[in-house]
Ligand binder design. Structure first.
Ligand SMILES: *[C@@H]1O[C@H](CO)[C@@H](O)[C@H](O)[C@H]1NC(C)=O
Ligand SMILES: *[C@@H]1O[C@H](CO)[C@@H](O)[C@H](O)[C@H]1NC(C)=O
Length: 513
């Protein structure tokens, strides 16, 4: 099955890009390119997803020779020795051009470099396709887009531009950015990455919901009490506080990544699998969400760890404002005013420097009616995005034997146990492949971005202007002490019985840990 899928995808890519494609990575010496873009490009190359005549051109300000560049790229990719031959082939199609981000001459030079590649590989007019991957800080976004459009745009062929957050700081700045970018490239040419949409379990949400009749029928306010979407990171800003401080956790994680998950969980069934059909439904459900209010928010900032070995946020050397009130933790509640979701709180939790690394969705169902069983815990469906992808359902079962007591058990689909030879591609790999196929389904449309900002901007502005002081929590803890009380207000009930999901280890043997 997998191989026929790969065949089909290869065909799709080749039909569109049979003349070849030049992938230009702008910001080739930056952090994103290093950690994500190049490893993902190599992954696609290695799996044979590049059409014939694919070339990769790195562009950045750093001056370096081709040898130095190749050495760097090899270090970014970090492949085991068995892939050495493929890595060398990959390097053979990779070249580098240095230049400024705001200077026509630099872009003309880049264009000449690409033209030469196209001429040397005998690519015909109309097939000089180019993909511009902007692995860049937001400050140079627009100057680069302008320089590309003016000097490097390939007229008469396919051009695609990949951009990544931050897409502005609030509704106004996002609209400005969108207007400027929209004046240069059409919406069809723009691919806004939210890498959560490339994650396996996020892509699985639609399948779970719409390919299973039993989930379909209980997916509403009549059966669901609350929905929690949680993001926990075990480390702090660690020297990147200067960057983080401008944004904070709400912009960094909740407004984009967690909200994308929310829209997939909450949208109605799209009329087809086409990108526009899916994105239409996402926008529709987001339009039913009123702006999040301060009274539905709990914000925190991490301090020193309890043992004093880990520094607090304000001790980060790169932080300019030592009195910063930027949240590193937030729990916000969104309400969806439509027939399906009226009255069901969507609790969005995200934090840095917490006690563990985890992203999951927890759907808690209503209490069982009647008096037959006393105090049985609620059913929960958990979709674990990372680490160790899994879907499991907590349900009540009779304690085996002579007793009539109930006990919690689970229907458990742990990917590592169920699917042997599992290789889940990195989100970026999946997304860049989508760009090559010209599929926008897993990218953010401009109106989607606009509604998301509409929901968050009043809250962000109020937190900033009234300088709401975040609650301090210890590095490595569970977050602010008030958290349990806060989520209880929205009807979330923690199980009394200490329940431990049994499959905790990666090897999938099922032993309790
Ligand atoms: C590529 O070929 C075109 C058409 O033959 C020519 O105009 C252009 O100067 C060539 N560019 C380079 C950089 O060789
Ligand atoms: C972190 O805290 C949560 C409670 O919020 C707890 O369930 C979990 O087991 C803790 N994780 C670790 C690794 O201790």
């Amino acid at each position: 099955m997998t191989s026929s899928f790969s065949e089909e995808v290869r065909k799709q890519v080749e039909t569109q890009l049979h003349g070849g494609i030049t992938i230009v990575v702008l910001g080739a010496s930056g952090d994103l390119a290093k950690k994500k873009t190049f490893p993902a490009l190599f992954g696609l190359y290695r799996n044979g997803f590049f059409p014939p005549k694919t070339h990769i051109v790195g562009y950045a300000r750093t001056k370096m020779t081709h040898e130095e560049y190749h050495k760097r790229v090899s270090q970014y990719i970090k492949v085991p020795e068995v892939f050495r031959k493929q890595l060398n082939e990959f390097l053979a199609i990779s070249t580098y051009v240095d230049g400024q981000y705001d200077e026509d001459a630099s872009y003309q030079n880049l264009n000449k470099h690409i033209e030469k590649i196209e001429n040397d590989s005998h690519i015909a007019d109309g097939h000089k396709n180019r993909l511009f991957y902007m692995a860049l800080p937001p400050s140079v976004f627009i100057p680069v887009a302008k320089g590309l459009k003016k000097n490097v745009y390939s007229r008469g062929s396919i051009n695609r531009v990949v951009v990544e957050k931050p897409f502005g700081m609030d509704l106004d700045s996002s609209r400005r950015l969108d207007k400027e970018l929209g004046a240069l490239f059409s919406e069809d040419e723009i691919y806004r990455i939210d890498h959560y949409l490339g994650k396996e379990m996020v892509k699985n949400i639609m399948t779970l919901r719409f390919a299973n009749v039993f989930f379909g029928s209980i997916w509403n306010a009549q059966h669901i009490e609350n929905v929690q979407i949680t993001f926990k990171e075990p480390f702090g800003t660690e020297g990147r506080g200067g960057y983080f401080d401008e944004f904070g956790i709400i912009r960094d994680v909740i407004q984009n990544h967690l909200f994308q998950v929310l829209s997939l969980l909450a949208m109605e069934r799209p009329i087809s699998m086409s990108a526009e059909a899916i994105r239409d439904e996402k926008v529709k459900v987001l339009r039913c969400i009123p702006p999040i209010v301060v009274s539905d928010a709990l914000v925190g900032q991490y301090g020193k760890s309890v043992d004093g070995t880990k520094p607090g946020y304000l001790e980060d050397d790169t932080l300019k404002n030592k009195q910063s009130v930027t949240p590193t933790f937030a729990t916000l509640v969104a309400w969806i005013n439509n027939e399906r979701w009226q009255g069901v709180p969507f609790i969005l939790k995200a934090g840095k420097a917490l006690n563990e690394s985890k992203v999951d969705v927890r759907i808690q169902f209503k209490n069982v009616a009647g008096q037959l069983f006393k105090e049985v815990p609620r059913n929960e469906l958990v979709i674990r995005v990372q680490p160790n992808e899994a879907v499991y359902m907590k349900f009540n079962n009779k304690l085996p034997g002579l007793s009539f007591q109930t006990t919690i058990s689970e229907l458990d689909l742990s990917y590592h146990r169920r699917y042997s030879d599992l290789r889940i591609p990195d989100a970026y790999e999946a997304l860049i492949l989508d760009v090559l196929r010209g599929d926008h389904s897993n990218f953010v449309r401009n109106d989607e971005l606009d509604v998301a900002w509409t929901i968050f901007t009043p809250l962000l502005h109020e937190l900033e202007t009234s300088k709401v002081k975040p609650i301090e929590y210890a590095y490595g803890s569970r977050g602010p002490k008030q958290l349990d009380e806060f989520v209880k207000r929205y009807g979330f009930r923690r199980h009394q019985e200490q329940y431990i999901w049994p499959i905790q280890n990666v090897d999938g043997t099922g032993s309790r840990k």
